[in-house]
Design a protein around this ligand. Structure first.
Ligand code: MSP
Length: 533
């Protein structure tokens, strides 16, 4: 994955295409915030980025939900898609494509792809017997279910017995090819624990899986036999390919694959790993389409240490969260506090404590007090110093000079939490540095050169931190940059991409001397716990 990231100048990243049976939940928001942070980082360093998100709208689950609500399925999907769009706007997600599987152009891609797989001899009609979990939209082995045939992921829903004719995809044919792929590309599945899970699953032998359903109307008809409907997962995975089409180009596989393929990375939750790391590459091999560079399976979120669920009555509504606390705080908490790949927890008290400590106290206050000192001791300009002329034993310079590289590596490996930790370490050193250097005393002693050096070093450290944190907290980064006298808008994706000079901006010491500073204002207000909680 990494080698490709550094050699191609395009970068395509996907979130899962979310089911529209319900309004978006915090799990969907989590993957999307992570994908957005990576997309922003890649844009910042000058890549052409295509960030894909979308919705998975077909299948029994959606059909039943819509009918249960007395809605036409398409009208239901449209309503829920609007909720996703609104959440992405609130969370400041800069997606380039929203791939809807009910789009007419998607059907064209699905048909063409199906034909290719058919021509490879990988589809046949067979008998499917087994337990089907409608909530997972997946057949389950008896041993995967509880004794009462409920699935562990949906304990209040019973799997349904099915015995029907289905079209099958010859997955078994791809076992060796998949194992060879995992061997040749050790980073194809990340993190390592997920890779091991998949290796052991595939090594045990693969069974063909059914890619059509009967008694289901809500989906695309199988091109060779319209009495069958294409299985929702076969259709949904192809939504990634449809998303690669330019909006005005004809829906053909050739067009879809012309610019962005292969996709650099699919971000998903660990529950849908098999579909992405086993079924998907095998389908692509069968159709002769380039395999994506990698799949990253993140962990699951809990609330106050407990599994979230509607029946448990403890869901976490991402819309309420972002309305209450704003996008940056939410993005920061989930990306900084939870190691990407591991399970993680949300507790409101912990959230507030962390955000106040890191963003309001450490980062915001450092900028504010430093700017006020600059105004008092040096006028309203950045001190007249070149970063390169600051002595190399300056603590902040020492940390700052290697930070860009360190953070780049962390973002490349999707280690958001390490990236933010490293940046915050510079900020904490900045606070310590200013206390130790005591520019107020130096000023009284008449040592203006030293005052200027101290204040320049701190301002430059805050600038670098804001720059490197901009994929995570773009609004705060904007506020900091404005106060430092820049006019860059980290939310303007065209400008960020065109003006990209990552090497210069990510280097400590690039704050222009004498730049006119903005008015010092708090960049982030402390959060309060709502009284009702
Ligand atoms: N429609 C499929 C994906 C098709 S991709 C071609 C699907 N949709 S989903 O809406 O049910 O799930 C979307 C994502 O949310 C999955 O990656 C899943 O792992 C994630 N999460 C669901 N609950 C979650 C948590 N409690 N925590 C973190 N992520 C969770 O699956």
């Amino acid at each position: 994955m990494k080698s490709n990231q550094t050699t191609k100048d395009t970068f395509a990243i996907t979130t899962p295409l979310y089911y529209v049976n319900d309004v978006p939940h915090v799990g969907s928001a989590y993957t999307t915030m992570a994908a957005d942070a990576i997309a922003r980082f890649e844009r910042l360093r000058g890549k052409s980025v295509l960030m894909i998100t979308g919705t998975d709208e077909h299948g029994q689950k959606i059909e039943r939900t819509a009918l249960g609500l007395g809605r036409d399925p398409q009208a239901h999907c449209d309503l829920i898609v609007a909720e996703f769009e609104s959440l992405w706007e609130k969370l400041n997600i800069q997606y380039d494509r929203l791939s809807r599987t009910t789009a007419p152009r998607h059907e064209k891609i699905v048909n063409e792809f199906f034909q290719r797989v058919w021509d490879s001899g990988d589809i046949y009609l067979g008998r499917q017997q087994g337990w089907y979990c409608v909530s997972c939209e997946e057949f389950k082995e008896e041993r995967e279910l509880h004794r009462d045939q409920t699935c562990p992921l949906h304990p209040n829903k019973q799997a349904e017995w099915r015995d029907e004719q289905n079209y099958f995809f010859r997955l078994s044919k791809y076992q060796d090819k998949l194992l060879a792929l995992y061997q040749k590309r050790p980073k194809f599945i990340q993190p390592e624990t997920r890779r091991n899970e998949v290796l052991s699953f595939v090594s045990q032998g693969l069974q063909d899986f059914s890619i059509s359903r009967v008694n289901l109307k809500w989906g695309f008809p199988v091109p060779v036999d319209p009495s069958h409907t294409i299985y929702v997962w076969f259709d949904a995975l192809l939504g990634y390919i449809t998303a690669l089409l330019d909006p005005d180009s004809e829906a053909t596989l050739e067009n879809a694959l012309s610019k962005w393929s292969p996709i650099n990375i699919h971000l998903i939750g660990k529950d849908i790993l098999r579909f992405h790391a086993v079924y998907w590459p095998a389908m692509l091999m069968s159709a002769g389409v380039p395999i994506s560079d990698g799949v990253f399976g993140h962990g699951f979120l809990t609330k106050d240490g407990k599994k979230m669920g509607k029946t448990l009555g403890n869901t976490l509504d991402p819309v309420a969260l972002v309305n209450r606390y704003g996008a940056d705080a939410i993005r920061y908490y989930f990306l900084k506090e939870i190691e990407f790949g591991q399970d993680g927890d949300f507790s409101e008290t912990r959230f507030i404590n962390i955000i106040n400590a890191d963003l309001a106290n450490d980062l915001g206050n450092l900028l504010n007090r430093t700017l006020n000192m600059v105004c008092k001791y040096c006028g309203t300009k950045v001190p007249n110093i070149q970063g390169d002329n600051i002595p190399s034993d300056n603590t902040l310079k020492q940390i700052g000079l290697s930070l860009g590289e360190q953070v780049t590596e962390a973002y490349e490996s999707l280690e958001f939490s390490s990236a933010a930790d490293a940046i915050l370490a510079l900020i904490r050193s900045g606070n310590k540095f200013i206390d130790e250097q005591a520019p107020w005393t130096l000023y009284k002693q008449g040592n203006i050169a030293a005052v200027e050096q101290v204040l320049y070093s701190v301002l430059e450290s805050v600038r670098l931190a804001a720059y490197l944190l901009s994929p995570i907290i773009p609004n705060i980064s904007n506020a900091i940059y404005q106060q430092l006298g820049f006019s860059i808008d980290f939310n303007d994706k065209t400008a960020v991409h065109t003006l990209a000079n990552f090497v210069a901006h990510s280097r400590w010491g690039s704050l222009p001397p004498n730049q006119i500073l903005g008015e010092p204002k708090p960049v982030f207000r402390r959060l309060e716990l709502p009284e009702a909680i």
